[in-house]
Design a protein around this ligand. Structure first.
Ligand code: NAD
Length: 308
């Protein structure tokens, strides 16, 4: 019997899935996050964590039987992956759980910005009149969407964009032009081509040293005056100061940001801009993604112990 410690709240379907496995014994953390961790981890063969449980060196040293850590979600910032691997503990996550939600959020943001939805909503609530010309928007149809990064999320954004009748171009040095073609995107070898040619730029690269400020001064100053930029990746991929500068000078039409240098964002210059839509890192925050994340985590545990 393998002991699986569920350290945070897990979707009921995922728990049922785990509990239906005869060879697994499931322990659920009924106290606050982290409180029972040290005592339970000593006897656990596997642990499922979400965002809040920190699997540090100290925790791993107490985990005498631990063979598997599953992070229900993508980011592994709360797990000392290197040390776990040194100790022979496998670390898995659920990268395919939320890409649909993030991709859909890109269009929620783009349409909100292009159709002035937040401003129009306030206008109606505040009984400001019925001057609809004030809110004349733009269609997505016929526009060029430029993707910076075309992995899981970027590819799904490309698919949805085609349904809107958009042309898709993409910059990603690690994806071949024939693979991009399969997603309906045209490969650009030069990042600045994305800036120059796009009506909507959408950023989908992970935050690495190599992608920090990938979208910087040159990029932002090469964008069309009528273009917008959407960021659902990580804040520091865009140089936020340079972005604020082009927005303040009306060098681009607007920005929709789900992620920031510091979250929540405190920069008054950014918060006071009109042509900007800000959401609090909501990309993956849907009921479907949440459920999928938990079910995928449960499936990883079952898959790991299969045949052991
Ligand atoms: P992915 O790994 O499938 O794709 C990332 C792509 O970026 C890859 O194709 C890779 O080749 C490309 N890339 C790497 N370095 C690059 C560079 N220097 N220039 C251009 N392309 C480069 O990841 P994904 O699932 O598509 O997710 C992308 C990012 O979205 C994640 O890393 C995460 O930061 C972010 N994300 C945000 C939310 C949210 O709630 N807003 C949720 C999930 C993920």
């Amino acid at each position: 019997m393998k002991k699986v410690f569920v350290a945070e709240k897990l979707d009921a379907e995922a728990l049922e899935l785990l509990e239906s496995e005869k060879d697994l014994e499931i322990y659920r953390n009924k106290k606050s996050i982290g409180e029972t961790l040290i005592s339970e981890i000593g006897i656990s063969d596997a642990i499922i964590v979400c965002t809040y449980t920190k699997i540090t060196k100290e925790v791993i040293d107490k985990a005498k039987n631990l063979k598997l850590i599953v992070r229900a979600g993508v980011g592994l910032d709360n797990v000392d992956v290197k040390y776990a691997k040194e100790k022979g503990i496998e670390v898995r996550n659920t990268p395919k759980a939320n890409f649909v939600s993030v991709a859909e959020h890109v269009f929620a943001l783009s349409l909100s910005l292009l159709r002035n939805i937040p401003q129009a909503d306030r206008y109606v609530r505040d009984d400001k009149g019925w001057d609809r010309k004030h809110f004349i928007g733009e269609e997505l149809n016929g526009k060029v969407l430029g993707l910076v990064g075309i992995g899981l999320i970027g590819s799904h954004v490309a698919h949805i964009a085609q349904a809107f009748g958009m042309k898709v171009i993409a910059y990603d040095p690690f994806v071949s032009s024939s693979d991009m073609k399969k997603e309906g995107a045209e490969k650009k070898e030069d990042l600045l081509d994305i800036a120059c040619e796009s009506d909507i730029v959408s950023v989908h690269v992970p935050l690495f040293d190599s992608t920090h400020h990938l979208v910087g001064k040159d990029f932002l100053n090469s964008m069309k005056k009528t273009a917008i930029i959407v960021n659902t990746s990580r804040g520091p991929v865009i140089n936020q100061d340079e972005l604020i500068a082009v927005l303040e000078k009306n060098k681009i039409k607007g920005a929709a940001l789900d992620v920031f240098d510091i979250e929540p964002p405190k920069d008054r210059r950014l918060l006071s801009l009109d042509d900007v839509i800000l959401t609090p890192h909501l990309g993956a925050m849907t009921r479907e993604a949440d459920r999928r994340m938990c079910v995928h985590a449960a499936e990883e545990v079952i898959d790991f112990f299969k045949g052991q």
